[in-house]
Write a new protein. Structure first.
Ligand SMILES: Cc1cc2nc3c(=O)[nH]c(=O)nc-3n(C[C@H](O)[C@H](O)[C@H](O)COP(=O)(O)OP(=O)(O)OC[C@H]3O[C@@H](n4cnc5c(N)ncnc54)[C@H](O)[C@@H]3O)c2cc1C
Length: 489
């Protein structure tokens, strides 16, 4: 049966859900409160600079390719993809390390940092590959509505082999005790929003994604992917409504009845929300909500972040496309994010300079910088604090690269927790949703289908499988399939 489906939000999950739902023959409209699509992957341009506002790492390229292939297309039809080599540069105190593309180069690096560790790294990566293949081949694609989806002997055996209960820190400590190599191996799980001590060892699959599958860049910028997704969605008949804010969802006979957008109510057979989960539930009458404020307050959120979009006149030597400033104490910064919830004394941070690869994102000869400092979701940001941290990162960049850029900055915009709340209705100003801790994985995450109003579905970084662009794409496909399955039962 053809359903009329309303989708709230045009992030990757919303775009993916819309495309798959429309392909199944449903009548789909996406409502986006902003004037452009892409959610956290929006972009803005100013004075000849073009900034991607959120994601900058293109990992797991086959997830993007699978999406396009499902619609008879290919990523190459929409953008030119380049593999970065080196993948990224890491600044430690007093030295910098470039991580080359591919396993061989990584093992060489491991041997240099910790002679004899190469074989252990190789085994670690083989295990990581097993976990990745197992997860992508099943675990990650499940709607995870109930534990029973995982309750077969095969899954239990696989879960055991994936070392679900151990922490990634423990697993890495068996590979090497060399501090820099440990930091390099722990880096990929920082995408998962918690500390390596709390992230299950199964997520070493991210190391496989990092080292074997590689770091890529779509020429023109990450928003080119959004353009490609929009093209696919439109080709399937999806309709888009921009500057369309969902304000309320009405419920009749324990089912969703209407979606109120910009003051106008419209009837839908089903609603999928790719917007912040807690915000979506607030649109419902209180009796139809499943999760309380207390529930959300007790979750472990991935960090929020303080961002700067910076245009620099001339080049900044000493930086690559991706740069990690690990010249500070990681555990201390992590405790300030997750435990004491305070502004960090001396944070780790990340600098992306896409103009190193792409001439179209800055005026000729200039540099486009995106700077990200992870911070707690429970702190207040003020203009003074933003300024103080900007000075701090400039000093660190200058000390480690030998380049003082302070008098060459021609454009600067900051973005922080309060903007995430304003722009995305993000609970606590979270940037990347919930952390992938063991107790917030699979069926322990907020449900993809409401337990109170069954024709309300959720997709995106706050439900399964979790934060990040590839998971958001998978989440959209999974929710569209779930709706079809419910229809046929
Ligand atoms: C700074 C930053 C850097 C990141 N870096 C990376 C990276 O390098 N690689 C990676 O893979 N991932 C990265 N991520 C994570 C990734 O961007 C997200 O996990 C993913 O894009 C989330 O997609 P989504 O569809 O779940 O949600 P979103 O992109 O947040 O989309 C939700 C949409 O809902 C809309 N909305 C909200 N409320 C309403 C309403 N009431 N009515 C209408 N519309 C509404 C919002 O405007 C938004 O467009 C990063 C995230 C951030 C913030």
């Amino acid at each position: 049966m053809k359903l009329k489906i309303g989708i709230i939000g045009s992030g990757f999950s919303g775009l993916s859900a819309a495309s798959y739902a429309a392909k199944s023959g449903h009548d789909v409209t996406v409502f986006e409160q902003h004037d452009q699509l892409g959610g956290r992957a929006r972009a803005f341009s100013q004075d000849g600079f073009l900034f991607d506002m959120g994601p900058s790492w293109y990992w797991m390229p086959e997830v993007f390719e699978n999406f396009f292939r499902d619609f008879g297309s290919s990523a190459a039809d929409h953008y030119e993809l380049k593999r970065l080599d080196p993948s990224y540069r890491v600044f430690f105190e007093g030295e910098q390390i470039d991580v080359g593309a591919g396993r061989e180069s990584y093992i060489d690096l491991a041997e240099k940092l910790d002679p004899g560790s190469g074989r252990r790294v190789e085994k670690f990566l083989n295990d990581a590959r097993y976990k990745y293949d197992t997860a992508m081949g099943g675990f990650v694609q499940k709607p995870s509505l109930s534990v029973t989806e995982f309750a077969s002997l095969i899954y239990l055996r696989k879960a055991w082999k994936m070392n679900l209960l151990g922490s990634i820190r423990k697993e890495i400590s068996k590979v090497t005790t060399e501090k820099r190599l440990q930091s390099l191996l722990e880096f990929p799980v920082l995408f998962l929003g918690s500390t390596p001590a709390k992230i299950p060892a199964m997520y070493s699959m991210m190391n496989y994604a990092d080292i074997d599958l590689g770091t890529w860049y779509p020429m023109g910028g990450m928003h080119k992917i959004v353009d490609g997704f929009e093209r696919i969605a439109r080709s399937q008949g999806v309709k888009f409504r921009l500057r369309a804010k969902a304000e309320a969802i009405t419920v009749k006979d324990e089912k969703i009845d209407r979606l109120v957008v910009n003051g106008v109510a419209e009837t839908f057979d089903a609603i999928i929300s790719g917007a912040d989960y807690a915000h979506t539930e607030k649109l419902l009458p209180a009796r139809a909500r499943v999760y309380s404020d207390n529930y959300w307050n007790n979750r472990t959120f991935a960090p929020s972040c303080l961002l700067y979009y910076v245009g620099v006149r001339g080049k900044v030597n000493g930086l690559l496309h991706h740069n990690l400033f690990f010249d500070a104490d990681f555990d201390r910064h992590a405790a300030e994010i997750y435990e004491s919830h305070q502004w960090p004394e001396s944070p780790l941070f990340y600098v992306c300079a896409p103009s190193k690869t792409d001439p179209d994102v800055a005026p000729e000869g200039d540099e486009n910088l995106f700077i990200l400092i992870p911070v707690s979701t429970r702190i207040e940001d003020t203009p003074e604090i933003r300024e103080r941290y900007f000075e701090m990162v400039l000093k660190r960049i200058s000390a480690l690269t030998g380049e003082d850029i302070s008098d060459r900055i021609v454009l600067k915009k900051s973005y922080a927790r309060s903007n995430f709340i304003e722009d995305y209705n993000a609970f606590g100003g979270n940037a990347y949703g919930l952390a992938n801790t063991l107790l917030q994985t699979a069926f322990l995450k907020p449900r993809m289908q409401s337990a109170r109003v069954p024709n309300l579905y959720f997709t995106g970084q706050l439900t399964v499988p979790g934060p990040g662009v590839p998971p958001a794409i998978i989440s959209g496909k999974t929710v569209a399939e779930l709706i079809n399955r419910h229809q046929s039962t």
